[in-house]
Write a protein that binds this ligand. Structure first.
Ligand SMILES: O=C(O)CCC(=O)C(=O)O
Ligand SMILES: [Fe+2]
Length: 202
């Protein structure tokens, strides 16, 4: 496997893993996913709208509503999620596994004011599989905490084309996005940021 550019608290960061043409190709593939599975604004179990818009590709999609956080086989509109694009699977195969593909590629869209609070990714069955995350578009201030709640955190800016792998002891580390540097990238028409996270669900 390839060497990360840096490792923070066990989180492997591959700066500029995707070059500009690869970012464009990925973006085009994600537009195709969103055409079949439109981005939605999820609400938290307490009923508060999230600031990110989301959709998914794969056997499962991650959803949140008044009934809780979970994986579902279908988009809230009723259709199955579209397949995970080949260019997404290529990144997974290069950095995580050639043995197994992810079940879910969650797509988060961050507008200028969007953020994501510190959380763990723990709705999956088997935490021995890493979570792979790809950033496109505007820079994001990514915060990395601890496996246990609380304590000091460290932050790093993620740019377009950067890839992050949270695996091993860092699989259940707390992480979040404090803010986006609006206008820092011209990749997305209309600005903003897309983040993909690939997960093995069950
Ligand atoms: O947007 C990011 O960089 C992180 C997204 C994330 O943590 C998640 O979707 O669980
Ligand atoms: Fe997460």
């Amino acid at each position: 496997m390839e060497e990360p550019t840096l490792i923070i608290r066990g989180v492997a960061i591959y700066k500029e893993w995707l070059d500009a043409p690869a970012q464009e190709a990925l973006l085009a593939a994600l537009r195709g996913v969103a055409a079949q599975a439109p981005l939605v604004t999820p609400v938290t179990p307490s009923g508060k709208p999230m600031s990110v818009r989301m959709t998914s590709a794969g056997r499962y999609g991650w959803v949140s509503d008044r009934r809780g956080y979970r994986y579902e086989r279908c988009h809230p509109d009723g259709q199955p999620w579209p397949p995970i694009p080949g260019c997404v699977l290529d990144i997974w195969h290069a950095l995580v596994s050639t043995v197994r593909a992810p079940d879910c590629c969650l797509i988060n869209h961050y507008g200028p004011g969007a953020r994501m609070g510190l959380h763990q990714d723990r709705d999956e069955v088997d935490f021995s599989w890493p979570v792979l995350s790809v950033s496109l578009g505007d820079d994001a201030l990514f915060r990395i905490g601890n496996v246990v709640r609380g304590g000091r955190t460290e932050s790093v800016w993620l740019g377009s084309g950067d890839v992050v792998v949270m695996g091993g002891p860092a699989r259940l580390i707390h992480h979040g996005v404090d803010r986006i540097r609006a206008g820092s990238s011209t990749l997305l028409q209309g600005g903003g940021r897309l983040n993909l996270t690939c997960r093995v669900v069950d």
